[in-house]
Design a protein around this ligand. Structure first.
Ligand code: MIC
Ligand code: SF4
Length: 639
């Protein structure tokens, strides 16, 4: 039986376990990446492992999230990251060099390699046929220490592309179509593999846009083949010698098939407040808009900006609209400067933003009250922009540019511009001076904002307390741990913990801490797809700090489930989904005989308030059971 591309890479990296779908396996990680918002904690955790230097093939530390620098915290964190990278053998990509996923694709990602990143959009590198997954900081710290990464051998879904995109229909519309089909929940332990002759019509940056937003479906990663287009991209990046061909076998067997006729697609948009809430741009046409933002790791490549500029050329942004453009990397910024694209954007009235995450994470550019914001980024979760009343729509750069001119939602197919000559360049402008190579000599700097990596206590004999909060379906890590204005406290857990569930229930931290201080264990009760979205391990660490011992949910997303185990919080699932209805916030709860239940994986939750027993299943591997018993991975791991 032929192999999929996914299983080819997994089998060449298999360290333990049987490579059969659903089995727990561990794989060797070649490359790692971190970004600053998750990176400080990841390197504190790496330091706690006591190693002199990283042991994997390539480790890169990017500074791209917290670059606004209001107050001393961000700058101090950057200095910690620069010095710890130098000392431990990590390449440091300084602020201004660009967004981690865009830069990694340009300069480091390689076909056939494995990449683990402390950011959920690490699968962007799947566009260049790298098996690239997002994980919590601790898992990445361990990968840097050479510890294999554990995953469930995934089911592989074939997404077969036919035909070619028509003018003004883009890679963004392809992934929005995939999101319409697969949604944002229920795709755990799945990999999307793109095949079919339509794949040949997509350049690596376009493939990267598609692989990037597979993260929104919750898949482990997405993969494109390594073919002539991959070779052309690597050559244009001066890395032609890194090319290897990589395809699935002709008779590869997949678990599911979804076929897309690229020629039949039209411009799409993800509507508030979920990337899976898809509509046709033509159906939204005419809606007044207030803000347009082009950038983020999804759509900030050289071609993206050139196409947006070609539409904007000769026009001025509507007076009622603010247009911001953030080039994805210094390479992109230098190229649009050199070829005049930047001038076109400036003349049209665009505000040029730093090559960083910025608006995407709500770090700046929060829209006005009740306003409508069109963005080329990948997440439009409630309140992520910093303005809870705003409505965010996710669109292609073409739709964004066309709408910026008219001031209303506009189908780009109605504009008068010719984009047909905008294709991938034969040579990108290469300048690696934004990277600092390690010298193994720096004194590690620690600002006052940087604490110790927090640890949990071993699992107690009795787990008794209250349902501190009950939340519904699709609670994202942005709901649990806000970013934006709170992002600068990532290295200061006691302070950051005072914002847990800020947009859902701001009284949560005080309530949880009061129960904790009485010696109780806290419970979070949740619906389906709890913890979707980012890889931020703070969504586990901060609740842990507030005394949470168990999350009881209908379902939990992959990266968040791993983060919970890493920090000693029990991920428990209702055996009967309807039991979710039985528990109310404030109920007095107890997990009966936790030690034996951990062993068997079957728990009983006694709701003393309601006088009922509820059966639960532990969602954890054997390895994770050991972590949970020890009160988290840092208490248990031996390097
Ligand atoms: C995001 O897009 O949500 C982030 C910010 O990049 C996160 C990482 C973080 O919270 O620091 C992610 O995607 O993992
Ligand atoms: Fe940065 Fe946004 Fe991409 Fe996250 S999704 S890495 S915040 S650009």
């Amino acid at each position: 039986m032929g192999q999929t591309e996914c299983y080819k890479i997994l089998s060449s990296h298999l360290v333990s376990g049987e490579l059969r779908q659903g089995e727990s396996i561990s794989i060797r990680i070649d490359q790692t990446l971190t970004q600053d918002a998750t990176g400080t904690m990841a390197y504190l955790e790496f330091e706690a492992l006591g190693l002199d230097r990283v042991r994997n093939e390539l480790a890169v530390s990017y500074v791209d999230h917290n670059t606004v620098q209001v107050g001393f915290e961000n700058a101090d964190d950057h200095e910690y990251l620069r010095t710890v990278a130098d000392r431990k053998g990590v390449i440091y990509s300084r602020a201004g060099n660009g967004i981690c996923h865009q830069v990694h694709l340009e300069r480091f990602a390689r076909p056939g390699k494995t990449l683990l990143g402390s950011d959920s959009h690490t699968p962007t590198a799947g566009g260049i046929a790298s098996f690239a997954a997002g994980a919590g900081g601790l898992d990445v710290a361990l990968a840097m220490a050479g510890v294999p990464f554990s995953i469930i051998a995934p089911r592989v879904v074939e997404i077969r592309l036919h035909g070619h995109l028509r003018p003004f229909v883009t890679a963004k519309d392809v992934i929005l179509c995939v999101l319409e089909r697969f949604g944002v929940k229920g795709n755990v332990n799945t990999v999307f593999e793109y095949t079919g002759e339509g794949v040949n019509t997509l350049s690596v940056p376009e493939r990267a846009t598609i692989a990037n937003m597979g993260a929104e479906c919750g898949v482990t990663t997405s993969l494109f083949p390594s073919d002539g287009n991959t070779k052309a991209f690597l050559e244009a990046q001066g890395r032609g010698d890194e090319y290897i061909p990589l395809y699935p076998d002709e008779d590869a067997v997949y678990d599911d098939l979804f076929e897309i006729d690229l020629s039949s697609l039209e411009p799409l948009a993800a509507c508030p407040h979920s990337p899976g809430n898809i509509a046709k741009v033509s159906d939204l046409a005419g809606m007044r808009i207030n803000q347009v933002l082009i950038g983020s790791c999804t759509n900030s490549s050289y071609m993206d900006l050139k196409k947006a500029a070609a539409i904007l050329k000769g026009h001025t942004v509507a007076p009622t609209v603010s247009l911001g453009v953030a080039p994805g990397s210094r390479e992109v910024l230098m190229m649009i400067t050199e070829d005049g694209t930047l001038e076109t954007l400036i003349k049209a009235g665009a505000r040029i933003l730093e090559s960083a995450c910025g608006f995407c994470i709500g770090n700046h550019q929060s829209p006005g009250t009740d306003s409508v914001s069109l963005r080329t980024s990948n997440r439009n979760f409630y309140a992520r922009s910093g303005t809870a009343s705003a409505s965010l729509y996710l669109v292609s750069p073409e739709t964004a540019a066309a709408s910026a001119i008219t001031g209303v939602f506009t189908d780009p197919r109605t504009v008068d511009a010719d984009l047909s000559s905008i294709t991938m360049p034969r040579h990108f402008l290469i300048d690696d001076s934004g990277f600092i190579l390690p010298t193994f000599s720096a004194e590690i700097f620690r600002g006052p904002n940087i604490g110790e990596p927090p640890r949990n206590t071993p699992m107690p004999d009795s787990i008794k307390g209250h349902a501190v909060i009950k939340v519904g379906d699709k609670i994202t890590t942005d709901h649990i741990m806000p970013a934006g204005a709170r992002l600068k406290y990532r290295s200061n857990i006691p302070h950051y913990a005072s914002f847990v569930f800020e947009s859902v229930d701001p009284s949560f931290p005080e309530r949880a801490a009061a129960y904790r201080d009485k010696g109780e264990s806290g419970f979070i009760i949740a619906g389906a797809s709890y913890g979707q979205g980012s890889s931020r391990e703070h969504a586990a660490i901060c609740p842990m700090y507030l005394g949470i011992r168990a999350v009881v949910a209908v379902s939990i997303e992959r990266i968040h489930q791993a983060n919970l185990c890493n920090f000693g919080i029990l991920p428990l699932l209702f055996r009967k989904e309807e039991d979710y209805q039985c528990i109310d916030q404030g109920d007095e709860l107890e997990l009966l005989d936790p030690a034996a239940s951990l062993e068997s994986g079957e728990f009983t939750l006694r709701d003393h308030t309601k006088g009922i027993d509820i059966p639960l299943d532990l969602f954890a591997s054997e390895e994770q059971k050991r972590m949970l018993s020890a009160g988290g991975r840092l208490n248990e791991v031996r390097i």
